[in-house]
Write a protein of this length. Structure first.
Length: 302
């Protein structure tokens, strides 16, 4: 008897192929720590916010150990304006006097608990903390080219015990970048710096920066020149070459520093792309730029 071959919907088959493509990444990174620095437009747009949280929850449910470190600069500026103050920046760093620090801490904790709620609604237990909890982020005053910019902190020491405790109890930690100094004064910390310090202390397998750029380009004017993967040495050559502008220079330097201090891979992703985390981590080519140490195997070969 001749068996009739079944006609399968190509869309359904494509979905199956996507899941199979994700399989080796799920196997490789099972029970590994991934730090997600969450900021930019993905924090402002409500639809993108839900998609980012969905991505992180899916990572958690497929065996990863995700940690979210978030910013809130645009929201802080909005509230500073609400009380009749003018936000001031020096070399991209917010000038943070005592009153601004009070507003920043209030706003960041508000943002923190809203993210906790979104994760909880999707059935995963989240706990929101700041760098002051469990003496997580000890810092010192940060200067901008020698200029005092107030209560802006530079991470001096990370005590990751509270994060390990939360992960062990199957919680998803969500961290806002407020730290303390030796006198226990509160300090506002750049979220990129906080994420890098935490990923380094946790010896994270991955650190992912959600940004408002697509990644690193060989030539920024040529959108076809996006680099999918580069070593830390190649990235350092870009930094030293002086061709990078805007916020990419310090961000890329953070990535390089994290690699040299033990993080296996760092990803720069466009948070404006729906489900960018899943596309970068679970597909062969990905959509952003991955920076890796020279010993790491490249996933994508151009």
């Amino acid at each position: 008897m001749k068996v009739k071959k079944m006609e399968m919907d190509p869309i359904i088959m494509q979905k199956a192929a996507t899941l199979i493509e994700a399989l080796p990444y799920i196997q490789r990174f099972n029970r590994k720590i991934i730090v997600v620095k969450y900021g930019g437009s993905a924090m402002v747009d409500e639809a993108l916010k839900h998609q980012v949280i969905q991505d992180v929850v899916l990572l958690k449910l497929t065996g990863f150990k995700p940690i979210i470190v978030h910013g809130g600069g645009k929201e802080i500026s909005r509230w500073v304006g609400k009380v009749g103050m003018e936000p001031r920046f020096v070399n991209g760093l917010r000038v943070t006097d005592e009153e601004t620090m009070e507003i920043a801490e209030m706003v960041l904790n508000k943002v923190n608990k809203s993210l906790v709620q979104l994760v909880n609604e999707l059935g995963v237990k989240a706990v929101g903390i700041s760098g002051k909890d469990g003496t997580l982020l000890k810092c010192r005053k940060k200067f901008s080219n020698g200029e005092d910019i107030g209560f802006v902190g530079e991470v001096e020491e990370v005590n990751p015990k509270i994060i390990y405790d939360l992960l062990e109890k199957d919680f998803l930690p969500i961290i806002c970048p407020v730290g303390f100094d030796e006198h226990y004064q509160s300090y506002n910390i750049n979220a990129d710096d906080a994420a890098c310090a935490i990923a380094t202390a946790m010896k994270a397998e991955k650190l992912a920066f959600l940004t408002d750029v697509e990644g690193v380009y060989r030539d920024f004017s040529d959108k076809d020149s996006l680099i999918s993967e580069m070593t830390a040495d190649e990235a350092q050559a870009f930094v030293d070459g002086g061709g990078l502008g805007g916020g990419m220079l310090p961000k890329l330097q953070n990535c390089i520093d994290a690699i040299h201090q033990g993080v296996s891979r760092v990803h720069i992703l466009d948070g404006r792309i729906p489900h960018c985390l899943l596309l970068e981590i679970f597909t062969n080519k990905g959509i952003g730029t991955a920076i890796l140490n020279s010993r790491e195997e490249r996933y994508y070969h151009e």
